[in-house]
Write a new protein. Sequence first.
Length: 364
Amino acid sequence: MATEKPRGLYYADYLQLERLLSSQRLRSGADGPPAHDEMLFIIVHQAYELWFKQILWELDAVLATFRKASVPEEELGQAILRLGRIVEIQRVLIQQVDVLETMTPLDFLDFRDLLIPASGFQSVQFRLIENELGMRRADRLQILDAPYTSRLSAEDAARVEASEKEPSLFDLVEDWLERTPFLHFGDFDFWREYRRAVETMLAADRASIRGNPTLTEDEKTRQLAGVESTAQRFAELFEPEPGEPATAGGRHFSRRALQAALLIHLYRDEPILHLPFRLLAILADIERNFTTWRQRHAQMAMRMIGTRIGTGGTSGSEYLGRAAERHRVFADLSALASFFIPRSALPKLPAEVRSRMGFRFGAP
Ligand code: HEM
C-alpha cells in the first residue's frame, strides 16, 4: 500500500483540501437527531462565500484601475473582462438558489433554530461587495434603528466600515464619466444638439399621431398623452429640480456623468466609444443580476420560512423584498434606455469630432 505521496506538488496540498473538506461542522446531531440537509445548507453557503471572495478579487483590481488619475486605454479592456467575469459568477450565484431549494421547508425546520442568531445578514464579504460597488449607509433600510454593522463582531464591523470610506466603483466611474471628452468639442455641444433632436423626435411623434387617419379621436388622445408623459421624462432630464433625480431608485450620477453616459451609448458605434459602452453595459448587467439575486433570495426565504422573522432578526422575506427594490447602485445605467433616440434621429457629429473618435492607421 502506498503511503508516500507522489513526488512534486500534490493536488490536495495545493488546494488545501484537508482544511477545506473538514470545514463542514453540522450543529444538528450533537444533542438531538442529525438533520440530513444541514450539510447542503453549509456547503451552499460556503460556495457562496468562495464566489464572493473571487468577486472581491476582481473588484479590487478594477478599482485599482479606476483610481488612476486617467484610466489607461489598455487597462480598460482588462477591467471590462474582469467585470464580465463577475457577471458570469453572479449567474452561478442565482442558479445556486435552485440547489438549496431542493431542501424542503420542513427539512430546514429540522435544524433552523440551531442557527439563531446567525444569518447571512452577517456576511462580511457580501457587505464589502455592496460597499465597493457604491452602496451608501444612508440609502440602506433601517433595521430596528440599528446600523447594519451592529450584528457584526467589532473586528468585522471595522473592516466593513473602513470599506465605506474608500472611493467606490460608483464614485470612480462617475469621475471617469465626468472627464469624458466630446461633450463639448469646438462648436459642438452634445447636450444642446441632443435636446434639439429630442424635441424634433417628439414633434414628429405628435404629428404622426394627429395625422393618422386610422385612429379614432379617443385613440389619438390616449396616444398623445403617452407622448406627453415621455416628453415630461425628458423635461426632467433637461431641467431637473435642484436635487431631484432624473431616474428612479438607488444612487444617481451627476448631471454631467449622466450626459456622458448617454453620449457613450448613443454614439457607441464610434470606435473610441465602444469600450466605454461595453463597460457601462456590463455595470448595468451587474446591477440587474444583483437585484435578481436579491429577489430570488427573498422568494426562497418566503418559501422556506413564510412570514416568520429571519434568524438575524429582520422581518424576513418582507425586508429582503424591500432591499431588492431599494438597495441599488447603478440604477441610472439600467434606466438609461428611456432617453435613447433612434440612430436616424441622432445629431450628426462634426467631421473633426468623428475623425478624433476613429481609429486611424498611418505611418508613424
Ligand atoms: C434556507 C435558505 C435561506 C433562508 C431562509 C434565508 C433567509 C434570510 C433572511 C430572512 C434574511 C434577512 C436577515 C435575517 O433576518 O436573518 C437573510 C439575509 C441574507 N442572506 Fe439569507 N437565507 C437563506 C440562504 C442564504 C444563502 C445560501 C446565502 C448566501 C450567502 C444567503 C445570504 C444572505 C445575505 C447576504 C443576507 C443579507 C441581505 C441583505 O441585507 O440585503 N442567504 N437571509
